[in-house]
Ligand binder design. Structure first.
Ligand SMILES: *Cc1c(COP(=O)(O)O)cnc(C)c1O
Length: 423
């Protein structure tokens, strides 16, 4: 039985060159763990430094690098058009890979050049008129808040914030109080950029659907570190990025548009890939999610993104989630014991993002000092998540985001380095 599961599991997921992600023998339920030596061998830089910035821009495994660089070389040899045609089947297969990853159908997947592009394409197509309401949460990301407030002002819609509960996640009961049939969109950030919280999604989607509102999930910080499946979460739209937890190339993004949402959306930014010019005054738009893609893209980066998704699927998203949670918990516990250090994470369920401040120290200074100790972290500032940071009286936090390729001993090294900075 187990053998059958394994066979099915691997079917169609091997890289084109036959290379598989560095993982243990059998990816069956639960028992299998990530082979740390193998994933670290695929990621040489993870050995040279303590890399804690997968929430910023992670280290791609060699499989991703090979896909990108290999294709760039091929373009230089035979030209971009011919090189692209050679990989047409692999590019098409990419929709199936992301459908598997995101719990959707291949025709519900669109590729873009960033999560922001994905998010904007979907948001721009939500029909909105005067008097409509848009709901956001306290951890809304500035990259979403700016276009929401901009468009709301243009069309005369209102934007309201769903309060958080005592633990920090979106308060589903409060959301239900706010919902009525004028609410056209609920914008939900799955994992915020600036604290360790994981928002409940399914409950939000169920409540929003009671009044016919669309739910647009910003999965930028969850895709690649947690299972993010449209079928299980019940959301209409998901935006995700390549460069963060998925370990893909920069300048890549993905959008899920469920078929039910596609019928409601009115795409406006379309090109000759999104539609066809069928007669002098007539066009026909695509009916699938690819209406949100543009014709031109970096094929090399797209192939790298697909390789990154295969790598994550090979390891198993549940296995990744567990390994990330293990490193993040270890880091939080270590930091919490240091005098002068305050861990700033909120929420009941925690992600791989660990945020903290050190008394009397600016975060940018700390980031640079930690880099001197071989520890890579990033920082987050009030402007990125204005509502949450203002509510908690924070200007800035250090953000440390360990992926599964970080050794537990390296987490301890990072704690030691922070303790030196805090002295
Ligand atoms: C990084 C981030 C984005 C934007 O992702 P891009 O790939 O830069 O477009 C959106 N939402 C959240 C919560 C993020 O952390």
């Amino acid at each position: 039985m187990c053998g059958v599961v394994v066979d099915l599991w691997w079917d169609g997921r091997d890289g084109v060159d036959g290379s598989r992600a560095g993982c243990g023998p059998a990816p069956d339920q639960g028992a299998h763990v990530i082979d740390l030596n193998a994933v670290r061998a695929d990621t040489p830089a993870s050995i040279e430094r303590v890399f804690l910035d997968s929430a910023g821009s992670s280290l791609p495994p060699r499989q991703v690098l090979d896909a990108v660089i290999g294709h760039l070389r091929r373009e230089a040899e035979i030209g971009g058009y011919t090189a692209g045609r050679e990989r047409a089947d692999d590019l098409e297969a990419g929709y199936g890979v992301f459908a598997d990853l995101l719990g959707a159908e291949p025709d519900e997947i669109a590729f873009t050049d960033s999560a922001t592009r994905s998010w904007l394409a979907a948001f721009d197509a939500v029909p909105l008129t005067a008097g409509d309401r848009i709901l956001i949460t306290e951890v809304e990301y500035a990259g979403n808040a700016v276009p929401i407030l901009h468009r709301a002002r243009e069309v005369g819609a209102t934007v309201e914030t769903v309060p958080s509960d005592a633990l920090g996640q979106v308060d589903v009961e409060a959301l239900k109080e706010l919902l009525d049939e004028r609410v056209k969109l609920v914008s939900l950030v799955h994992v915020p950029t600036n604290n360790g919280l994981v928002n409940p999604v399914k409950e939000v989607a169920e409540a929003a659907h009671e009044v016919g509102a669309l739910v647009l999930l910003d999965a930028c910080q969850s895709l690649g570190q947690l299972p993010v499946r449209a079928d299980e979460l019940g959301v209409d739209l998901i935006s995700g990025t390549g460069r963060k937890w998925l370990r893909g190339p920069r300048g890549t993004g993905v959008l899920v548009v469920r078929r039910s949402a596609r019928e409601v959306l009115r795409p406006r930014l379309v090109d000759l890939h999104s539609g066809e010019w069928v007669s002098p005054h007539e066009i026909r738009l695509r009916e699938d999610a690819r209406v949100f893609e543009l014709w031109e893209c970096s094929i090399a980066d797209r192939l790298g993104l697909i390789a990154a998704a295969r790598y994550a699927l090979d390891l198993g998203l549940e296995q990744i989630r567990r390994a990330v949670a293990d490193r993040a918990d270890r880091l939080r516990r270590g930091l919490a014991e240091l005098p002068g250090v305050v861990v700033r994470d909120i929420g009941e369920q925690r992600s791989g993002i660990v945020t903290f401040t050190v008394a009397g120290r600016r975060v940018v200074e700390l980031r640079d000092e930690l880099a001197g100790h071989g520890v890579v972290v990033s920082t987050s500032h009030a402007g990125s998540t204005l509502l949450d940071m203002t509510k908690r009286g924070l200007d800035e936090v250090v953000r440390a985001s360990p992926h599964y390729f970080v050794e537990p001993a390296q987490v301890d090294q990072a704690v030691e380095a922070v303790s030196r900075c805090a002295r």
